[in-house]
Write a protein that binds this ligand. Structure first.
Ligand code: RIB
Ligand code: CA
Length: 308
């Protein structure tokens, strides 16, 4: 089987943790490194949580590099209300055996991509785009080593989730978003318009709970905890599968529909700060994902974590 070399940049975060379980379980993905960024919770926690998930998935072979501790320009914003103070609601936090890899995540991204083959890597990004933007500004030539970015972020028809207009990852560092979307590196964008179509509904969890093994049980714990936190904001609403959508797209693009688009970010202070502005025409450098097959999405998850 040919495997896809990927680096995952994330801010675990409960849905990041579910995404990491999928990626680390997949024989089709060659996870070369995980880089962490401040986002849902502060950097020391996103970094601890990423290492926790590597240990849970018996993947201590994957190095975890800590990255930027704050956004480029705006004041930091976090999302403990959706992820718990630990950032990993549903699990009892522990100090993983494997330490953080030495060196800054941005340095690792630059060194790795500069020594990569042409378009060798897919970069999955499920947190604020700070690390990616920093790497691009410091070393624009890294674009040569990137096949595409697969980003969870933004919103168009769905509106925002942290403000009425902005999605959290972009809102948490809009200036980084602007750098990345203007960089010329093609991005496939799993945005709220599509992630809100795939939610951890009770029947999905019932089906996951019936699977053998510890991994499915751990994923259910994470998603049940996320549903409790989500319901505090809107009674009866189940947590969307935001970050897992990036891996589902990589492994099963046939489950999705998308169009070409130009994407920009509102970086002016005001009520639309962090809003993604998406071109109406079906043209542009990026792939704006618009639709998902939720049944196929969860069947994929069960295939990935249902074996052990
Ligand atoms: O808006 C959803 C995104 O913000 C997800 O990546 C979630 O983990 C939070 O970071
Ligand atoms: Ca995230």
């Amino acid at each position: 089987m040919t495997t896809t070399p990927i680096i995952i940049d994330c801010d675990p975060g409960v849905d990041d943790a579910v995404m990491l379980m999928m990626a680390l379980a997949s024989p089709a993905l060659d996870v070369r490194a995980i880089t962490t960024v401040a986002g849902n919770v502060p950097l020391h926690l996103t970094s601890r949580n990423a290492r926790m998930m590597c240990q849970i998935m018996d993947r201590a072979d994957v190095p975890v590099f800590a990255g930027c501790p704050r956004p480029i320009l705006r004041d930091p914003v976090t999302a403990e209300h959706f992820h718990g103070d630990s950032g990993i609601a549903g699990l009892d936090p522990f100090e993983p055996d494997a330490p953080l890899a030495a060196g800054h995540a941005v340095t690792h991204l630059i060194d790795t991509l500069r020594s990569a083959g042409p378009a060798e890597y897919t970069i999955v990004v499920t947190g604020p785009l700070t690390n990616i933007a920093a790497a691009i500004v410091m070393a624009p030539d890294i674009a040569l080593g990137i096949d595409k970015l697969v980003i969870m972020g933004g919103a168009d028809s769905e509106g925002g989730n942290i403000t009425p207009f902005a999605e959290f990852n972009i809102f948490a560092d809009p200036h980084a978003g602007a750098v990345v979307f203007d960089s010329g590196i093609p991005a496939t964008i799993l945005n709220l318009d599509v992630t809100h179509q795939v939610r951890a509904e009770p029947e999905r969890l019932t089906s996951l709970r019936a699977l053998p093994g510890l991994r499915a049980a751990i994923m259910v714990q994470l998603l049940e905890a996320a549903n409790v936190l989500e319901a505090r904001w809107k009674e009866g609403r189940m947590t969307p599968m935001h970050d897992p959508a990036t891996i589902a797209y990589l492994l099963a693009p046939h489950l999705f529909e998308a169009r070409k688009a130009t994407v920009s970010v509102d970086t002016e202070a005001g009520m639309r700060f962090g809003q993604t502005r998406v071109s109406a025409l079906d043209e542009g450098p990026h792939t704006w994902v618009t639709k998902a097959d939720a049944d196929g999405f969860f069947a994929l998850i069960e295939e990935l974590v249902g074996k052990t």
